[in-house]
Design a protein around this ligand. Structure first.
Ligand SMILES: [Zn+2]
Length: 162
């Protein structure tokens, strides 16, 4: 297993629509193992392929008891609303309040290619939505009003000392 360098805003791949996962082989299993290791090392609860520079619809997560690999993820149902703090490993974990659905149902394929559905609420639902967004080339800061988005980017740059 290996820890991979995390891609950071504003790298282009983070804004691109991911390509579907088509091969469910040993290489994919190895990639997922590396993504888990990278995520745990960064103390994150989810990590999507674009965050390690790969233009692929794939994420791993381990959040509030929900640990899964999601290839070709889709959110097929949402309910309610929650407002809470969110951050992203690609934006230096600078937190900002984002309104999301309170509950979400994920449909995806596991590392063997088997389709599954999983329901989550609260923080884990937020994770489903955040990681699926990464696969669509979307970042949580895209939901913020312009001024708040600029503030997040500014403090991210400061942390990075660009
Ligand atoms: Zn993220």
């Amino acid at each position: 297993m290996a820890i991979i360098k995390i891609t950071e805003y504003p790298e282009k791949v983070l804004g691109e629509m991911g390509k579907p996962v088509t091969e469910f082989d040993e290489e994919l299993e190895k990639l997922c193992a590396d993504m888990y290791e990278t995520m745990y090392d960064a103390e994150g609860v989810g990590l999507a392929a674009p965050q390690i520079g790969l233009n692929l619809r794939l994420f791993v997560m381990d959040c509030e008891g929900i640990k899964l690999i999601a290839a070709n993820p889709e959110i097929i149902h949402t309910e309610g609303e929650q407002s809470g703090q969110e951050g992203c490993l690609s934006v230096g974990k600078v937190p900002a309040v984002v309104v999301r659905a309170a509950k979400a149902r994920l449909r995806a394929q596991d590392e063997k290619g088997e389709w599954f559905e999983r329901d989550a609420e609260g923080y884990a639902a937020r994770c489903f939505l955040h990681e699926t967004d990464h696969c669509d080339g979307k970042l949580f800061i895209d939901y913020l009003p312009k001024m708040r988005r600029e503030m997040v980017v500014k403090s991210f740059k400061k942390r990075k000392k660009w």
